[in-house]
Design a protein around this ligand. Structure first.
Ligand code: AMP
Length: 195
């Protein structure tokens, strides 16, 4: 199954994608993780995108589409994948449909995690505190100012994808404010009915 985990920053896309990866063996394809890895490794790509991520803006469609196209051809994606943080624009969604079609595949299901903005802000604060308490380095884009920018980008560029996928009959909306296990259970149910 090919599934898109969709929702605003802090909705729990990564958390649920990781659980699914563990339970079902479907790889989590997180463009955010891939871009952060490139920044950490100091690659050309990393240097190009670092300031964009720090601002909370979107990296260009061509860059992320290229990363995903390459990743999709790796063996572990043969049985499906979980897209986490991709697509984020209509152009990316159209490109993904084309990439999948060329491989004889399609997106089967889009899980939309619904979470109120106030909860997203407090989750980012919490994530920052916990990372600091554990002696780690918090994400540069989890600051209140950058989160605000990321939310604006989400509502402007990314939220319209819900209509795009609703038109394809693929959307299941899940309450992302429920406990983690309840969200996981709701996703499992949606996967059964779309499997
Ligand atoms: P995330 O970890 O999904 O919250 O992504 C972190 C940041 O990486 C975003 O704020 C963007 O700057 C960049 N990014 C990740 N995925 C994409 C994408 N699909 N399109 C454009 N930019 C992206």
């Amino acid at each position: 199954m090919n599934l898109v985990m969709f929702g605003p920053p802090g909705a729990g896309k990564g958390t649920q994608a990781k659980i699914l990866q563990e339970k079902r063996g479907l790889p989590q394809l997180s463009t955010g993780d891939m871009l952060r890895a490139a920044i950490k490794a100091g690659t050309e790509l990393g240097k190009t995108v670092e300031a964009i991520l720090a601002r909370g803006d979107l990296v260009s469609d061509d860059v992320v589409i290229g990363i995903i196209a390459e990743r999709l051809d790796q063996a572990d994606c043969a049985g499906g994948a979980i897209f986490d943080g991709f697509p984020r624009t209509i152009a990316q969604a159209e490109a993904l449909d084309a990439l999948m079609a060329r491989r004889g595949k399609k997106i089967d299901l889009v899980i939309v995690l619904k979470v109120d903005d106030k909860v997203l802000v407090s989750r980012a604060e919490q994530r920052m505190k916990e990372t600091l308490a554990a002696g780690g380095t918090p994400r540069a884009d989890d600051t209140p100012e950058t989160l605000k920018a990321r939310l604006e980008v989400y509502y402007k560029n990314t939220a319209p994808l819900i209509d795009y996928y609703t038109g394809q009959g693929k959307v299941v909306t899940v309450d992302g404010m429920a406990p983690i296990e309840a969200v996981t259970a709701a996703i499992a149910k949606a996967m059964e009915s779309h499997g």
